[in-house]
Design a protein around this ligand. Structure first.
Ligand SMILES: Cc1cc2nc3c(=O)[nH]c(=O)nc-3n(C[C@H](O)[C@H](O)[C@H](O)COP(=O)(O)OP(=O)(O)OC[C@H]3O[C@@H](n4cnc5c(N)ncnc54)[C@H](O)[C@@H]3O)c2cc1C
Length: 403
């Protein structure tokens, strides 16, 4: 039995934005709780959270009523308020989703239907002339404009979350890889960096390693994380004026990725990307990063082959874009005809943790797994950074139903 007079002890695996938001939520709900966050890296936000587009999504794409849609809708105002409290810039630069030609209009209409179902504020449908009033250099026949889509510096948000956890008496232990998790009669034993810790509850938000953490608990072997690298370029600073806010394509509904987009960041640099190519290592940020162990795991997973069989054509096209700046630039020019190859300079890539089942289906929604006193986030795809504070509420409600 747990000693009720002792403080609640909660361990969190992962100091990305989801883990830190969860740790902060536990500290707020249970003053006096002992909250410890572990990360294997020597800094916060080392993986997906520190390598993304920095967009605060307004909730345009998600099926109304889905968990993704609900958590995004709640997450945006929570994040806006958090940033205001901590003096973190939250810039509502606005976003266009652009239909290049008439063939994309039905898909644009479907996004509009979803966005209205999700209550995206002040959404407007624009014709070509209206679109060019917002983004004068962008090509296309129609667009949706979401004026409140914003950009933020997610690592900065993480630093503020960690500071709140520590101010409430919690700890954030970096360079502390969690290597074992075991259920015991009165709690959970966690081994990190060779030291054993005991907790009443553990919540794991391990991103690219979430399947490895689930395996530590003997969870069903029904999902694998397949890493998809997304390469970015930047527009040269003297060409950044070509884009005022955020410009997105109409996404291909077969994939959970949004397509190569142009994004003005909080720092006023314009990022171009990301594409989505299979990474040859879980943390493969460069094309030359290859992990034989990760490759063996990917090859041994039946879902990888089913995924490859279904999507090899677009996969080859993306790989070509990945290998050649010229191919990448030609894609960008469809939206921004004035962009040239010389305008693009390489920028650091990101790697998405995408859960894939045995049938080769890319999981689109958040996926959680509860094993005894451990909750594992198995899939937290975009817009999980946007939704992080709402995901944290949701997870803490699930772990502590009476709180
Ligand atoms: C290219 C790209 C673009 C994106 N763009 C956006 C966007 O614009 N807007 C948006 O809302 N979302 C975006 N996303 C999605 C968003 O970044 C992620 O959904 C979100 O960051 C997930 O956060 P996380 O904390 O779950 O994972 P992560 O940030 O990956 O954190 C997981 C942490 O767990 C740690 N860890 C793993 N295993 C262990 C272990 N055994 N022991 C200790 N620590 C461990 C890792 O070191 C890591 O720090 C994008 C993602 C990518 C990759």
């Amino acid at each position: 039995m747990t000693d009720r007079s002792a403080p609640l002890r909660v361990g969190v695996v992962g100091a990305g934005i989801v883990g830190l938001a969860v740790a902060r939520e536990v500290s707020r709900r249970f003053p006096g709780a002992e909250v410890t966050v572990f990360d294997k890296e020597d800094r916060l936000a080392a993986h997906q959270t520190g390598h993304n587009s920095g967009v605060v999504h307004a909730g345009l794409y998600y099926q109304p009523g889905s968990l993704k849609a609900q958590l995004c809708g709640r997450g945006v105002p929570l994040l806006r308020e958090f940033c205001a409290e901590h003096g973190i810039p939250f810039r509502e630069l606005g976003k266009l989703v652009v239909a290049l030609d008439r063939s994309e209009l039905p898909a644009l209409a479907e996004i509009e239907r979803r966005a209205r179902g999700n209550g995206v504020p002040d959404l407007v449908r624009l014709d070509a002339a209206g679109m060019r009033e917002i983004e004068p250099h962008v090509a296309g026949v129609a667009a949706l404009h979401s004026p409140h889509t914003a950009v933020v510096d997610y690592p900065r948000v993480c630093a503020a979350l960690a500071a709140e956890v520590e101010a409430a008496g919690g700890s954030v232990l970096l360079s502390s890889p969690v290597t074992a998790l075991r259920q015991e009669t009165d709690g959970v034993r966690l081994v990190a960096a060779g030291r054993t810790h005991r907790f009443d509850e553990v919540i794991a938000c391990a991103g690219l390693s979430s399947d490895a953490v689930a395996a530590m608990l003997g969870a069903p072997d029904d999902l694998r994380i397949i890493p998809f690298r997304g390469e970015y370029f930047r527009l040269r600073p003297e060409r950044a004026a070509l884009v005022r806010g955020l410009v997105y394509p109409v996404p291909d509904p077969r994939y959970p990725f949004l397509g190569v987009h142009l994004t003005r960041g909080v720092d006023d640099q314009v990022h171009v990307g990301p594409n989505a190519v299979l990474a040859l290592s879980r943390e493969g940020y460069r094309r030359r990063d290859v992990s034989l162990r990760d490759l063996r795991e990917i090859a041994a997973w039946p879902g990888s082959w089913r995924l490859a069989a279904a999507h090899w054509r677009s996969g080859v096209a993306e790989m070509a874009g990945s290998a050649s700046r010229r191919v990448y630039a030609s894609h960008v020019r469809r939206y921004l005809p004035q962009a040239t190859v010389a305008d693009l300079t390489p920028a650091p890539a990101g790697v998405r943790a995408q859960a894939v089942d045995r049938q080769g289906t890319l999981l689109d929604d958040f996926a959680l797994l509860r094993r005894g006193r451990v909750m594992v986030v198995r899939n937290a795809p975009s817009p999980a950074a946007t939704s992080s504070l709402a995901i944290a509420e949701h997870l803490v409600d699930a772990v502590f139903p009476a709180s």
